[in-house]
Design a protein around this ligand. Structure first.
Ligand code: SF4
Ligand SMILES: [Zn+2]
Ligand SMILES: [Zn+2]
Length: 304
């Protein structure tokens, strides 16, 4: 298998792009693709300070690397969730820190949920009788937004890749979750002065491309999945999409890009169900709830 640009040994074949590339041309291709995605969706500008949501996994570290290589001022935030099974949170933090140590131009902020709030995410979920992942999602969104606000960052960037977005889209379509469909976009603008803009610069990069990128660039990442992700519906949906992709290369990209184009053409116009936002009486963060935001309500009702 040979690189179509230089004839050297290719490290990856991407049938959906009818492209095979070598270890020099492949990472450069990924970086150009991300740069074009940022530009075409007007995600942020070269002067914006960015906050990368770093999990220690391949996608977030690949994203951080790409943004730094493209010349962006990108710091990271790692949220230690207190998931102790096989040392998951400690181990993923050490990968995030190891990456940051080799990139002195960037800062890694670490927020430890247990140290700051007295209980881990699984404990907070258990106390409130909630599913760990739904509690975890709310807590991460809250803490990231708070960090972006306090650190005066222009946008939060996350490592969601094409496979994540296509699986999310499949889920949203299966149940016609109009509110979720409305909010599924490569970039979500700031709808309140206290709510940071959010962007997904890897949304057109497939999971295997992101994994190959970290390998070629020599980035070490945690390969262990979060123990709470076992049996997740999103994984099942990814398998279905992978089957479709094998049978017909390019399906995921078509599915997602077709949706984004339809969305931009007004396909979802009039379906915005987002209630107006107010400021939480306790912490000042934007919330659609009366008086207290979900995070403050959780801390108030679930005392240790
Ligand atoms: S799988 Fe669930 S608990 Fe684990 S990081 Fe994701 S949302 Fe949090
Ligand atoms: Zn080449
Ligand atoms: Zn609050």
């Amino acid at each position: 298998m040979r690189c179509q640009l230089c004839g050297e040994v290719a490290v990856i074949s991407m049938p959906q792009h009818r492209l095979k590339l070598c270890e020099e041309h492949f990472p450069a291709w990924v970086e150009r693709r991300v740069a074009r995605t940022i530009e075409s969706f007007r995600m942020f500008s070269p002067d914006d300070r960015l906050l990368v949501a770093v999990s220690g996994g391949k996608d977030s570290l690949a994203l951080w690397e790409i943004l730094l290589r493209l010349g962006y001022q990108a710091d990271g935030v790692y949220i230690h969730l207190g998931i102790d099974h096989e040392g998951y949170s400690d181990r993923s933090q050490s990968y995030a820190e190891a990456y940051a140590e080799t990139h002195p131009e960037a800062t890694l902020h670490v927020v430890n949920v247990r140290e700051r709030y007295g209980r881990s995410v699984p404990e907070l979920a258990l106390e409130g009788g909630r599913k760990t992942c739904s509690r975890c999602g709310m807590i991460k969104r809250y803490l990231m937004n708070r960090m972006a606000r306090e650190g005066d960052y222009a946008a939060i960037v996350t490592g969601h890749n094409l496979d994540d977005e296509a699986a999310q889209l499949l889920q949203n379509n299966l149940y016609w979750l109009r509110g979720y469909l409305q909010r599924q976009a490569p970039v979500l603008p700031q709808t309140h002065p206290g709510l940071a803009r959010k962007a997904k610069p890897l949304c057109l990069v497939a999971e295997r491309e992101s994994a190959a990128y970290t390998l070629v660039r020599g980035i070490e990442y945690i390969q262990q999945e979060c123990p709470h992700s076992v049996g997740a519906t999103s994984i099942f949906h990814k398998h279905i999409l992978n089957d479709l992709e094998r049978r017909s290369p390019g399906t995921k990209l078509q599915f997602y890009q077709g949706f984004i184009r339809a969305r931009e053409d007004g396909f979802l116009a009039g379906t915005d169900e987002t209630p107006p936002l107010e400021e939480c009486a306790q912490c000042g963060q934007p919330t659609s709830a009366n008086a207290l935001c979900a995070f403050c309500r959780m801390l108030e009702t679930e005392e240790p």
